[in-house]
Design a binder for this molecule. Structure first.
Ligand code: NAP
Length: 256
């Protein structure tokens, strides 16, 4: 046995969209494990609320407002995070939006453009901004949050589904490109999770969907995704790269 570390203690993680749902849970889980967490979100107040929760649990986090559709803001915030913590070891590209609309909806182009910007372009931009810092890390990790919608599909969600498939492609391609440098690049494909994104779905509809379509017969919780993110981020997870892991209660596995 070598001494591969099973801890993120002392490492720095930057999480986008950390003011809610899975991003917030990711910040809480990493902070509980002793990481320095850069909590970033479009909405400063919700990011600050995440930092409060982290502090109440004895962890430490710092907050930045970051709209991931703004390249200049990405470059500035990534630079500030690296300066504040002395580097960046782990990037979690989590921020995302989802809008249901038909292919012939008059707003289709506008929704498509916004979804490209937030759900796909932002991932490569955050990665490119963080790359010089990741290259200096002893265990550099990139974790992108895709979706089971990148593997299967739901009607009227085509911009979202297209971008999530794109995130899986970006993950694989960068895993191959950055592999020689020891940088791992993976993505997680959550299934139905109880977050802000699914808050508008009626509880009764959630129950029906989960019973019909998942092996575990229930929605998942943000923390259940965050633990898989943590696992991919460990220094000891050094031989896992280029994969898309469903964290979906067996949604993709279930035919009937
Ligand atoms: P959520 O609770 O809505 O969290 C998403 C976060 O991203 C929010 O804090 C949101 O901020 C933030 N955000 C939106 N646009 C942003 C921007 N331009 N810049 C920075 N932050 C922005 O939803 P979630 O379910 O935790 O979503 C996290 C990730 O999981 C997303 O990539 C989503 O596609 C993916 N996912 C979710 C599910 C699910 O069932 N929930 C399933 C598969 C994949 P505001 O609240 O201020 O807008």
């Amino acid at each position: 046995m070598t001494q591969l570390s099973r801890s993120v203690r002392g490492l720095t993680v930057l999480v986008t969209g950390a003011g809610s749902g899975m991003g917030r849970a990711t910040a809480e889980v990493f902070a509980a494990e002793g990481a320095h967490v850069a909590v970033t979100d479009y909405d400063l107040a919700s990011a600050q609320e995440t930092a409060k929760l982290v502090a109440a649990a004895g962890g430490s986090a710092e907050v930045w407002r970051l709209d991931v559709s703004d390249k200049a803001e990405i470059d500035r915030v990534v630079g500030e995070v690296a300066a504040r913590f002395g580097g960046i070891d782990i990037v979690v590209n989590n921020a995302g939006i989802a809008n249901f609309l038909k292919i012939d909806d008059p707003d289709y182009d506008a929704v498509w453009d916004r979804t490209v910007a937030v759900n796909l372009t932002a991932h490569q931009r955050v990665i490119r901004a963080a790359l010089p810092h990741l290259r200096r890390s002893a265990s550099p990790r990139i974790i992108n949050i895709a979706s089971v919608e990148g593997m299967g599909a739901t009607a009227q969600l085509s911009p979202y589904s297209s971008m999530k498939a794109g995130v899986i492609g970006l993950t694989r391609s960068l895993a191959v490109e950055l592999g020689p440098e020891g940088i791992t690049v993976n993505c997680i494909c959550p299934g139905p999770i109880m977050t802000g994104m699914t808050a508008d779905i009626e509880d009764a509809d959630k129950v029906v969907f989960a019973k019909r379509r998942t092996a575990l017969r229930r929605y998942g919780y943000p923390e259940e995704v965050a633990h898989v993110t943590l696992s991919l981020a460990l220094p000891a997870s050094s031989y896992v790269t280029g994969i898309a892991i469903p964290v979906d209660g067996g949604h993709m596995a279930r035919n009937a």
